[in-house]
Design a protein. Sequence first.
Lengths: 115, 115
Amino acid sequence: KNQVEQSPQSLIILEGKNCTLQCNYTVSPFSNLRWYKQDTGRGPVSLTIMTFSENTKSNGRYTATLDADTKQSSLHITASQLSDSASYICVVSPTSGAGSYQLTFGKGTKLSVIP
Amino acid sequence: EAGVAQSPRYKIIEKRQSVAFWCNPISGHATLYWYQQILGQGPKLLIQFQNNGVVDDSQLPKDRFSAERLKGVDSTLKIQPAKLEDSAVYLCASSPSPQGGDTQYFGPGTRLTVL
């Protein structure tokens, strides 16, 4: 069964600090992995997307890494800001061809950045 | 570029009542998705449309849920009759590719509370 496990479930950090969120997946065959940011009361917004051949992808203060061998990904947030407070969802795509895209979503990590 | 629009944003109904949600995807996007997101969980795909045809509705509870995408643009999702466990946020997303699998752009969601 395809699964995506995220840790920690929740995290509180001080403004300006760095943090790393983890994602482990068992989806196979693997096509790509995305990290989404979901603000409270909003829909998810894509931060990064990586294929199995990519090791790292950056988007401003967000850097995602991928180890396709161990099926692990991480999202590192540098110099956190209050606006980073949100849920971060890891999403894995099991297919790369046409047809249904049963994306497998993690439950998310709820990040709170406090002053 | 306008994003994915959804309405209403909030809805409160009693069990056994009916409810309908509306989604207007990003102009030109061929693929439209409806997701159910229960509090504390990642989104779960209910149905995927390619233009106005259904690609995947394997997780749609067809005894009470129905969806349509007339003319391959707007879409409606209906629940009839609603149950307590239907309380969730219903997210609509769209993506440009007819094959799906590319980045999905999410709307703000409709928060449904069933009493």
